[in-house]
Design a protein around this ligand. Structure first.
Ligand code: KG4
Ligand code: ZN
Length: 367
């Protein structure tokens, strides 16, 4: 494909996609994998014109976690007004949109289906392409919406409520899995420890707030080291250690919640920082990207930056709004898929889980 044909899309990234038919000019993205209904408009793969997030946290809080049935019902109610708001904020009409990106998985199937069906219907009605995006990889590339961008290849740590994985992001379409959690995800550990302590859902923000007033060395919680697969993670032992300690303290009549929060958080942060630095060393890479909801944690961000500075490695953290779930990252990942001709088709379905890689196996993924 001659570059001149592609140049019609006016995209500054066109050197990357000189071989494709056309990058979308204005992409509308939809995210509904969990408890946020979100929509965003991205122009030319780099200018974020709007990002709207309708959170259901208040609805699920009283149940101490997400109730899948309630989540899908609320996505149904929210999706149309959220999309409309994203278009209004971008000062656009539906007719200005020439591509749609939507989360295809992983997540709650009943929730994903709402966004995915809505996106397919829009695509059919407007006669424009759509593409299904993997939510976890969207986290991995969200940093490209920031001013400061890493250089490929980089080490990416994705830490969220459902995933804790280390990758080498080789480009927008290829990544290598270096390690994954064998049990709980880091965010899940925050949520479960909050529950043990009788704190509200989601646990991450409340634990990090309380941890500021606690001593990180008050309790010595385990840092899991896995000898055969050193870049894999395990947080279930840590959660159990907190539970055991809390029961003992309860029997003794006093639970120093702030100290528990600070000591637990420090154990998670130590493991995440150590393994990410080890991954950069092993791969010989000098750029690290921190992504996913847990990457909003201030202590993790500062500890990773300190460790990076002492190892001569650059650490990139997207803003907090781009770490937690949003549709802007879906738009960015979807843009690169559509540019590469990876359009969705109407037979495609959503998926709830990512593949689990066998211990120690390094897997290449084509995105
Ligand atoms: O990426 P995300 O918004 O949704 C998923 O894809 O899972 O991540 C949500 C997770 C929750 O487990 C939440 O407790 C955690 O991110 N989280 C945090 C913080 N903010 C959100 N964990 C630690 N510190 C935070 N400040
Ligand atoms: Zn997420």
């Amino acid at each position: 494909m001659p570059i001149s044909m592609h140049a019609a899309c006016n995209c500054s990234l066109r050197a990357l996609y000189a071989w494709c038919m056309k990058c979308p000019h204005n992409i509308l993205a939809i995210e509904s994998s969990c408890d946020e209904t979100a929509a965003a408009v991205l122009q030319d793969g780099e200018r974020l014109l709007s990002s709207v997030i309708a959170s259901q946290i208040e609805i699920h809080r009283e149940f101490g976690g997400i109730v899948p049935e309630l989540a899908s019902r609320h996505h149904m109610e929210a999706i149309e007004p959220v999309v409309r708001q994203a278009l209004d904020d971008a000062d656009m009409a539906m007719a200005d949109i020439d591509g749609i990106a939507v989360t295809r998985g992983p997540g709650l199937v009943g929730s994903l289906i709402v966004g995915f069906s809505f996106a397919k219907a829009l695509s059919a009605a407007l006669n424009i392409p759509f593409t299904g995006v993997d939510h976890v990889y969207a986290h991995l590339y969200a940093v490209f919406l920031e001013e400061q961008k890493p250089a490929f290849p980089y080490v990416g740590l994705v830490v969220s409520g459902g995933h804790t994985s280390l990758y080498v992001a080789e480009d927008f379409h290829h990544a290598k899995v270096l390690g994954q959690t064998r049990d709980d995800a880091a965010g899940e550990a925050f949520d479960k420890v909050a529950k043990i302590l009788g704190l509200e859902y989601p646990g991450g923000p409340v634990i990090s707030r309380l941890a500021k007033r606690g001593r990180p060395d008050a309790f010595s919680f385990p840092r899991s080291r896995l000898r055969d697969t050193p870049l894999d993670f395990s947080f279930s032992g840590l959660k159990t250690a907190v539970l055991t300690r809390v029961r003992k303290l309860e029997a003794a009549g006093h639970i120093p919640i702030e100290d528990i929060c600070a000591s637990f958080q420090e154990a998670v942060v130590d493991v995440l920082v150590d393994k990410t630095m080890a991954a950069a060393r092993m791969e010989g890479l000098s750029d690290i990207v921190l992504a996913g909801g847990v990457a909003a944690n201030q202590r993790l961000r500062s500890a990773m930056k300190e460790a990076g500075a002492s190892c001569g490695v650059k650490v990139f953290c997207p803003s907090q709004e781009l770490c937690t779930d949003n549709a802007a990252m879906i738009a960015l990942a979807g843009y690169h898929r559509l540019c590469a001709g990876m359009n969705g088709n109407y037979d495609e379905d959503v998926y709830s889980r990512m593949p689990v890689f066998r211990k120690g196996r390094i897997k290449k993924i084509h995105l």
